[in-house]
Design a protein around this ligand. Structure first.
Ligand code: HEC
Ligand code: HEC
Length: 331
């Protein structure tokens, strides 16, 4: 649409310029006529309806499929094919041909139904994207030309053998299984514990404490939670919890330096606070994590090996957990 508008504007400009040059020889009229013919030849941008494969699929691909695709889609709603979209989700149909205002999908992207979609927002869809989707629904849900977009399924990328695990590989897990709560406007309102899992920066952020310690998976509360070593097990809406493949992918990612999508490893968060839970294997082992315990450690409620405990401490420059407080907890 915009290309055509630009063409049109350029044609007018050319006409005006040429008309000035050729003021008196009739060229002006011929050019005007040509311009009018050109305009008539162009289908009106307004009348043109959006089609699924050309206009809608790319938006869904970018902003929705991370959650609405695959075997376990959010709300039972798959948006990775026209057929699946028309079928709707657990709550029934989400689009009503000819009636954008009555379509749940539109109500969600406008924020008229909550939570607003995409759940990772803000940013939500742009006004133009929302209007395009409305135009598609108003125009009767045309499929349009099947293009490459139909073939492009979202696969959760897995690293090849020997390839380093980066954020690119684990981000789809966080997006599909965690961000529904751990985002600004999630299922539980503000993110639980203020912990956002919808970007690389937020996943690694130090804030009050770190949940991912680059190079030390066992000191990373995120991994403890998805393994079920620490309560509550995550995702909180499980079972199903993450499968063994997904858990070992996250473990490898942290062990290999919790790299960003480009493969740049994160620094050890020296000095950052941690709060971990798990079971004491010995007095200096939390499950498989070695604890640095000494005169600086306050020990409460007489914890013994086998007990479920909470550990508070700081990460030293070697990525170890220097324990400030060790306390027995009810399990
Ligand atoms: C981070 C994950 C995530 C993303 C990204 C996401 N959604 Fe959702 N979506 C959910 C969850 C979770 C629900 C269920 C929330 C609820 O209503 O309790 C949901 C519900 C919906 C529903 C309601 C389904 C029904 O049956 O009522 C629609 C429609 C929807 N999403 C459309 C979209 C669209 C369109 C996009 C992209 C613009 C999108 N979603 C992006 C997680 C996501
Ligand atoms: C249904 C909502 C929900 C989902 C889905 C969810 N969480 Fe949580 N998460 C919570 C709540 C609520 C808490 C705080 C309660 C608690 O600590 O047990 C929490 C706490 C956490 C904590 C502890 C934060 C801290 O400061 O110690 C981590 C780490 C965490 N979640 C990671 C995840 C991961 C990783 C996923 C996805 C695999 C996930 N969560 C999915 C609701 C959720």
């Amino acid at each position: 649409m915009s290309t055509k508008l630009i063409l049109l504007v350029n044609a007018w400009r050319r006409t005006a310029r040429n008309a000035a040059l050729a003021r008196s020889n009739g060229l002006c009229r011929r050019l005007l006529l040509a311009t009018i013919l050109l305009i008539m030849a162009l289908p009106s941008a307004r009348a043109q309806t959006a089609t699924f494969y050309t206009d809608i699929a790319p938006i869904l691909q970018q902003r929705c499929l991370m959650c609405h695709s695959g075997a376990n889609p959010a709300a039972g709603l798959r948006l990775d094919s026209l057929e699946a979209l028309l079928e709707g989700g657990a709550g029934g149909k989400v689009v009503e041909a000819g009636a954008p205002g009555a379509s749940e999908l539109v109500r969600r992207i406008r924020g008229e139904s909550l939570p607003r979609m995409p759940m990772t927002g803000p940013p939500f869809l742009s006004d133009i994207e929302i209007l395009t989707i409305e135009r598609w629904i108003a125009g009767g849900l045309q499929a349009g030309q099947v293009s490459a977009a139909k073939e492009s399924v979202v696969t959760q990328p897995r690293p090849a053998a020997g390839e380093k695990v980066t954020y690119l590989h684990v981000a789809p897990i966080f997006a599909t299984r965690c961000a529904k709560c751990h985002s600004e406007n999630g299922l539980m309102g503000p993110a639980p514990e203020g912990y956002l899992l919808n970007s690389y920066q937020s996943t690694l952020a130090r804030g009050e404490r770190v949940r991912v310690v680059s190079g030390n998976p066992a000191a990373s509360e995120l991994l403890r939670r998805v393994r079920g070593q620490s309560r509550e097990r995550m995702p909180l809406d499980g079972p199903p919890y993450l499968d063994a493949d997904e858990i070992s992918l996250i473990e490898d990612w942290i062990a290999q330096g919790a790299a960003d999508s480009e493969g740049t490893p994160a620094q050890v968060p020296t000095g950052a606070r941690v709060r971990l839970q798990g079971r004491l294997t010995t007095m200096s082992l939390l499950d498989d994590l070695e604890l640095v315990i000494g005169a600086h450690t306050r020990i409460d409620k007489n914890p013994r090996p086998g007990d479920y405990v909470q550990v508070r401490g700081r990460i030293d420059s070697a990525g170890r957990v220097v324990v400030e407080r060790l306390r027995r907890r009810k399990k």
